[in-house]
Write a protein that binds this ligand. Sequence first.
Ligand code: AMP
Ligand code: MG
Length: 312
Amino acid sequence: MSDSVFGQEKRYSFEKGLMGSPFKLVVYAANDSIAELAAAKAFGRVEELNEIMSDYRDGSEINRLSAQSGSGKWVPVSKDLFEILDISLSVSKKTKGAFDVTLGPVVQMWRHATRKGIFPAQEEIAAAMQKTGYSKMKLNRKASSVLLTQKGMRLDIGGLGKGFAAEEAIKEVKKLGITSAMMDAGGKIVLTNPPPGTDGWNINISNGSDSLKALKLSNISLATSGPTYRYMEYNGVRYSHIVDPVTGIGLLFHVRTTAICPNGTISDALATAFSVAGIEKTKKMVRKFPGTTVWLVERKGDRVAEWNTIKQ
Ligand code: AMP
Ligand code: MG
């Protein structure tokens, strides 16, 4: 737990496996009980969100909503679910659909193919693709309701859920009067004020191979999307777990994308979206997101191409 002392505040670090990833919380607090309360509140909030948004649980609110797709009914949803879908839709529009929360049927198909090591048939891809498209998801803020216009739709917040959870967890920590905190939700990170007596949190980001950037950051968020154990190898070709909404197939040339921006949910969504868009399209798209910097690495044949606007 506490491993260093500065002034009256001590550094505390907590870790817990949540949403299929290690979540790490660091806080500077006056005493053990405040720090432990912060961890309980922060992780408790993530668990609460996971209950709502997990696509692995049949009874989760998001899966119950998807089950009503095509019924013609506006379904009232919780504030949390509405907010994340609202942010998703706005990012979809600004990224011309590179980010798409309605890709559930394709993500499911892809996950299944990865597990079995069998590349999906063209008809299977077409059938799944037919049930996707963010314009088929309608939102009504006043009534906090969602309409999924086509039967068989399935929402998947995997591309921004951890960033949202990190952002929400940090809100809980702030409520306790803690001003220096970091939540790392499996590579989606939200930072508040620097640790006492320093000018920033030490964050290392890498392009996946040789170069590494050591940054000092505060009051900002960042997210990295990159190859995990979740990829598919078929005929010697690697496909990412991030799906191209145009082809319905995992990305081929994606190596790693880091996005830094003021909001944790958006930085998570953008790391995924810019992975799909690639360097050239991202150069234009990023202008729609004020205060955002990125580092993109993609494979071009045998070469690796990079574009980096992150300041040291
Ligand atoms: P991330 O690690 O944030 O890039 O999220 C990857 C996850 O986002 C995948 O495992 C899918 O659940 C989901 N996903 C895949 N492709 C997309 C996409 N084009 N837009 C939105 N979410 C996606
Ligand atoms: Mg993401």
